[in-house]
Design a protein around this ligand. Structure first.
Ligand code: NFA
Length: 102
């Protein structure tokens, strides 16, 4: 019979979607008690820094109060923060590690 009712022809756009993921900085905070060598060890163990890079970051945190360890997607950043906080607690150091959206 004669076609009736709403059209079923729908135009769909194909958009090349290469979405950038949201990125997060992982930061460590200075305190008066955590040994410098422990902070360097944390940066080597969890952020794949060599001793020289780790020492530079540690001294930056020591002098400025806060510093960046790396930039990651949400899930990786969250994992790094948890790993550092657990490791610091295990060794009874007050070292704090946080993440912030870039
Ligand atoms: N300020 C600490 C000290 O003098 C060293 C430290 C550096 C702690 C960076 C935390 C972060 N022992």
């Amino acid at each position: 019979g004669t076609p009736s009712g709403p059209s079923t022809s729908v135009i769909t756009k194909v958009k090349p979607k290469t979405k950038r993921p949201n990125l997060y900085r992982v930061l460590i905070l200075n305190d008066d008690y955590t040994p410098m060598e422990f902070v360097v060890h944390v940066l080597e163990k969890f952020f794949n820094k060599d001793v020289e890079a780790a020492t530079k970051i540690m001294l930056h945190v020591h002098h400025h109060g806060i510093g960046e360890c790396g930039v990651f997607t949400y899930e990786i950043a969250e994992t790094k923060v948890t790993q550092v906080m657990d490791f610091a607690r295990k060794h009874q150091h007050p070292l704090q590690c946080v993440m912030e959206k870039k």
